[in-house]
Ligand binder design. Structure first.
Ligand SMILES: *[C@@H]1O[C@H](CO)[C@@H](O)[C@H](O)[C@H]1NC(C)=O
Ligand SMILES: *[C@@H]1O[C@H](CO)[C@@H](O)[C@H](O)[C@H]1NC(C)=O
Ligand SMILES: *[C@@H]1O[C@H](CO)[C@@H](O)[C@H](O)[C@H]1NC(C)=O
Ligand SMILES: *[C@@H]1O[C@H](CO)[C@@H](O)[C@H](O)[C@H]1NC(C)=O
Ligand SMILES: *[C@@H]1O[C@H](CO)[C@@H](O)[C@H](O)[C@H]1NC(C)=O
Ligand SMILES: *[C@@H]1O[C@H](CO)[C@@H](O)[C@H](O)[C@H]1NC(C)=O
Ligand SMILES: *[C@@H]1O[C@H](CO)[C@@H](O)[C@H](O)[C@H]1NC(C)=O
Ligand SMILES: *[C@@H]1O[C@H](CO)[C@@H](O)[C@H](O)[C@H]1NC(C)=O
Ligand SMILES: *[C@@H]1O[C@H](CO)[C@@H](O)[C@H](O)[C@H]1NC(C)=O
Ligand SMILES: [Zn+2]
Length: 551
């Protein structure tokens, strides 16, 4: 009886912004019939308007209490290819705003295309202000630019093949210096102090500049570079320690500059062997070292949006990165994850939830996970403990995709990481899709969460590696100009966005069977992550910071 009256009244509710019914009445009024009325209304309107621009479609205002509780199948059903497509087109248009400054479309941090991406996300959230509130978190991101570099044999003038400049390497004026092999792995003060050249009593010519030759391994490249600088070296060369890599270059980062960081070039295993031999056979071996680079600070912003409803003590968190590399528009990396999150966030507004959901669009992922690290490392203990799980969604639609799941577990990672992995496995199995477990090694924004005790995981569709099923490269446009709208596999995009919806719906509904946060473990993990201890440097848990090797 009561509902009949309310149905008659319902159209009025569309325009009433703050229609609040006391809690005790809400359940009673939220009848299936009334809920259906509103649901039907929404679908109808969407059909009629046909403006599929994911940001702008009109939706009636349905009071929260009348919404049905989120269910995975219902949320998944609302994920539409047209929305993904329209938003991808929009993102590409935004990337084009950088053309004037960069000569091509890009959404790299600091570019007009990236700022426009952030505005676009905010505009979408503004359109859902009854359901979400958001915060912009500003921070300084370090961005390195290598203009040129060169490492050559001083005598022959022949340059060493496949040399690489470490990201965030400082500049140094071209000079010729003596290459000195550092004993052990150059991770400890003692490795440098033992060198005779630094004994003042020796008759070494101190005016000769010295270049440290250090083997890769055990500690981050940044620590080796810093230690070499601290002990008077003018530059450093780090060579690969994995014979199976042969002549292949070393793609690494020095990370945030330390007090004595010096200009550093990476060389392959083969070149390393050659250099060690050259030092052995000639008493003094000289190389010419050149590095023209800049390291700049760029202000940028994370976007963090919370549902207004749901238990604030049990938060479901998920993220994608809003930035691209400079080389291209980044529509798969990570336009796809950005779009998936926007789409799921929009469709979630049709439902009631039990647990609070937090969507994050990280900035400066491509510079080394800077935005997500900034966020995760700066959470207060109280805020940290409320986050039950973090789910990372980076590259959802690689053209020659495979269904990748990060191989997290509960032994090496916070309790719950394994349960999340299982949720993904079950989904792909249920849909009879082949999946691949891939290393949980730091290639995306989960690192800060794991390092701060928060269970995490995620899925991806593949980057520069070869597809395990067909042997061809997963994303032929990875970090390139051609990562545009034509670089998306639509079937994978749709499936993976539905899986994201499934993960959100599942945990927004209930954490039953999911481990509680072990709040006592958090403090330990956070305090051991300092890099300033030169002795007993711990082997980092993650090999990568985004695309770059860390050690
Ligand atoms: C995406 O939209 C464009 C234009 O709006 C259309 O030409 C294209 O066929 C659509 N692609 C898919 C996969 O729906
Ligand atoms: C949303 O608002 C609540 C209540 O004011 C606040 O505690 C929370 O931090 C806000 N969330 C975001 C992401 O801004
Ligand atoms: C590196 O230096 C050598 C010798 O000066 C020169 O022949 C070569 O062209 C340089 N390579 C680059 C990439 O600048
Ligand atoms: C340089 O690395 C590539 C693979 O990245 C390899 O194919 C090539 O043989 C290497 N060059 C040399 C001279 O080792
Ligand atoms: C946390 O915030 C401080 C202050 O803004 C900043 O200096 C620091 O780098 C942040 N931590 C991380 C890991 O980014
Ligand atoms: C799925 O895996 C099976 C073997 O496990 C393989 O034969 C098949 O080709 C795979 N399917 C696809 C689409 O890659
Ligand atoms: C992980 O969580 C499960 C379930 O809550 C619990 O039984 C187990 O003891 C936890 N493991 C650790 C290492 O804390
Ligand atoms: C955490 O530590 C406190 C104080 O040391 C202790 O009382 C509590 O039982 C611990 N909780 C867990 C889950 O181990
Ligand atoms: C680096 O330099 C700063 C300022 O001089 C100093 O406070 C800090 O202790 C130094 N860090 C290390 C690890 O020596
Ligand atoms: Zn990415």
């Amino acid at each position: 009886m009561v509902y009949m009256n309310l149905v008659a009244l319902a159209p009025l509710l569309f325009s009433v912004e703050a229609f609040v019914l006391p809690d005790m009445f809400q359940q009673e009024f939220a009848t299936p019939e009334l809920q259906q009325f509103f649901e039907g209304k929404d679908e109808l309107t969407r059909e009629v308007l046909k403006d599929s621009s994911a940001v702008n479609y009109w939706k009636p205002h349905v009071p929260y209490f009348l919404k049905p509780l989120v269910e995975t199948e219902k949320l998944q059903k609302k994920i539409q290819l047209d929305d993904l497509n329209a938003t991808a087109q929009d993102l590409y248009d935004l990337a084009k705003k950088s053309h004037k400054k960069y000569g091509h479309p890009t959404r790299v941090i600091g570019s007009p295309g990236h700022w426009a991406t952030i505005d676009y996300i905010l505009e979408a959230l503004d359109g859902m202000s009854d359901y979400y509130n958001y915060t912009l978190q500003e921070f300084d991101a370090l961005s390195g630019k290598i203009n040129s570099f060169n490492l050559t044999d001083a005598k022959t003038g022949v340059s060493f093949p496949n040399s690489t400049a470490f990201s965030l390497s400082p500049s140094v004026k071209p000079f010729t210096g003596e290459l000195i092999e550092i004993p052990n792995l150059g991770c400890n003060e003692a490795d440098y102090k033992s060198l005779e050249i630094f004994n003042k009593d020796q008759s070494e010519d101190n005016s000769v500049k010295k270049i440290a030759l250090i083997e890769r391994g055990k500690c981050p490249f940044g620590i080796k570079s810093d230690l070499a600088g601290k002990h008077g070296f003018h530059a450093a060369v780090i060579y690969d320690n994995e014979p199976e890599n042969g002549g292949e270059g070393l793609h690494g980062t020095l990370g945030e500059p330390r007090n004595h960081t010096i200009s550093t070039i990476g060389v392959s295993y083969d070149v390393g062997v050659l250099l060690v031999t050259n030092i052995e056979v000639s008493k003094h071996y000289f190389v010419k070292f050149e590095m023209d680079s800049t390291v700049s600070k760029i202000k940028t912003k994370n976007v963090i949006a919370d549902t207004k409803h749901g238990d604030p003590e049990n938060i479901v968190a998920l993220g994608a990165h809003s930035d691209s590399v400079e080389e291209g528009p980044g529509i798969n990396d990570d336009g796809s994850g950005t779009i998936s999150l926007l789409t799921v966030a929009k469709q979630l507004t049709h439902f009631k939830i039990n647990n609070k959901v937090r969507f994050a669009w990280w900035s400066a992922e491509e510079e080394g996970l800077l935005g997500s690290n900034y966020y995760a490392y700066n959470l207060t203990k109280e805020e940290n403990h409320k986050i039950r799980v973090f789910m990372d969604y980076d590259m959802m639609a690689s053209p020659n995709y495979e269904y990748e799941i990060y191989d997290a577990n509960n032994k090496d990672h916070p309790n719950g990481s394994e349960e999340l992995k299982k949720l993904y496995i079950d989904f792909y199995k249920h849909h009879k899709l082949n999946y691949t477990l891939i290393p949980f090694d730091g290639r995306s924004d989960y690192v800060g969460f794991i390092e701060n005790g928060i269970p995490a995981g995620g899925i991806a569709a593949g980057a520069e590696k070869d597809n395990v099923w067909n042997g061809k490269v997963l994303d032929k446009c990875y970090h390139q100009l051609c990562d545009d709208v034509s670089n998306l596999a639509w079937d994978a995009f749709l499936i993976n966005t539905k899986l994201i919806a499934h993960s959100v719906a599942t945990y927004a509904n209930s954490f039953e069977g999911f481990p509680l946060r072990d709040v006592n473990a958090t403090a330990d993990i956070t305090t051991t992550s300092t890099n300033d201890v030169y002795n007993e440097v711990p082997v980092p848990q993650f090999k990568y910071a985004a695309d770059y090797l860390v050690y």
